[in-house]
Design a protein around this ligand. Structure first.
Ligand code: ADP
Length: 320
């Protein structure tokens, strides 16, 4: 079919990253601006690999919001579904990996523009054109964005889209762990493809290692593919008919930010071209090897969006 559009829904924000590594936020001598937000990263990952991509979400009508919209456009992502809030500002995150290996976050979201997206502001015409509709869970945290998220999912599904879900847990943003778990699971059964990280698997199940039986118990009847990413151990895949592991590529990782989003972008870009890979284990394994290569390359460069590879770069590692 000629329809190959992937629409990603949710937050896009600016990450402020310390100019020096291994320091706390309070000790940072300065910050660098890095565009981020998992669904926006996925949208750009798709486009950089040559796919047709659109982003739907709300930004502040401020310097940062306009900068982010320009980044989408410069990367070939349609911003037809982007709107500006006239009152609230663009979301900001301050993120650091401290010397002790702990991540420290601080967010500007009180409320930020992305949280104020309403149902009536959705570009439904664009959403109906999606062959794949991808989203996370941060847009479920508060109203009115939560209702907009649910409406967008429903419209996409009714129009025949494949729904792709990466909860992308950011626990500090939620009122409580219980709330996060409930909300993440509240839309679990509507997705066709779900990707979680090993850390999210642990959060959802309480298990430190990925157990196949427990993973399979997370499958709902309509789910076509469940993926669990394992960092430098690759990924595990589960369908109704088969499951297994695809090993990671060995690379020198310098910054793993965005690896999961690159992985998802690569996977969706293949599914949109041929969704029969979801039923054929050999084809699926080849696609997941490609997605692992895309994730691996992203870890070899700093930042998320600047590190996302094009198809040629992925193929070079894939074929090596
Ligand atoms: P997330 O960003 O969602 O936590 P992961 O860190 O597991 O996801 O990364 C997604 C994919 O990127 C992995 O499945 C793997 O293929 C690849 N990847 C991530 N980290 C590394 C690494 N250190 N070396 C090689 N590949 C990696």
């Amino acid at each position: 079919s000629s329809n190959s559009l992937i629409v990603s829904f949710g937050e896009m924000l600016i990450d402020f990253v310390p100019t020096e590594s291994g320091v706390s936020l309070a000790e940072a001598p300065g910050f660098l601006k890095a565009p981020g937000g998992a669904p926006a990263n996925v949208a750009i990952a798709v486009s950089r690999l040559g796919g047709k991509s659109a982003f739907v979400g709300k930004l502040g009508d401020d310097e940062f919001g306009h900068m982010l919209k320009n980044i989408l456009n410069q990367n070939g992502v349609s911003s037809e579904g982007v709107i500006f809030d006239q009152g609230a500002r663009t979301a900001l995150a301050f993120v650091t990996l401290k010397a002790d290996g702990e991540r420290e976050f601080m967010f500007y979201r009180n409320p930020s523009a992305d949280m104020l997206l309403t149902e009536s502001e959705l570009n439904l015409e664009l959403i109906r054109k999606a062959k794949i509709f991808h989203y996370g869970s941060i847009s479920l945290i508060t109203e009115p964005c939560r209702s907009a998220h649910l409406k967008a999912m429903e419209v996409a599904k009714d129009a025949g889209a494949i729904l792709s879900y990466d909860p992308n847990l950011r626990l500090p943003l939620w009122p409580s762990a219980k709330d996060a778990k409930e909300q993440i699971m509240s839309i679990w059964e509507r997705a066709d493809v779900i990707k979680v990280s090993d850390n999210e698997f642990e959060f959802l199940t309480g298990l430190e290692t990925v157990d196949d039986e427990v993973a399979i118990s997370l499958m709902h009847p309509g789910l076509k593919l469940l993926l669990i990413t394992l960092g430098d151990h690759g990924c595990k895949y589960y369908t109704k008919h088969f499951h297994g592991t695809v090993d990671a590529f060995k690379v020198k990782a310098v910054d793993t930010t965005g690896a999961g989003d690159a992985f998802v972008g690569a996977l969706l870009n293949k599914i949109v071209q041929d969704d029969s890979i979801l039923e054929n284990e050999a084809s699926l394994k080849t696609v997941l090897k490609f997605a692992n290569a895309c994730g691996a390359i992203t870890t070899t460069k700093k930042g998320a969006i600047p590190a996302l590879p094009n198809e040629e770069e992925v193929l070079q590692l894939f074929q090596a």
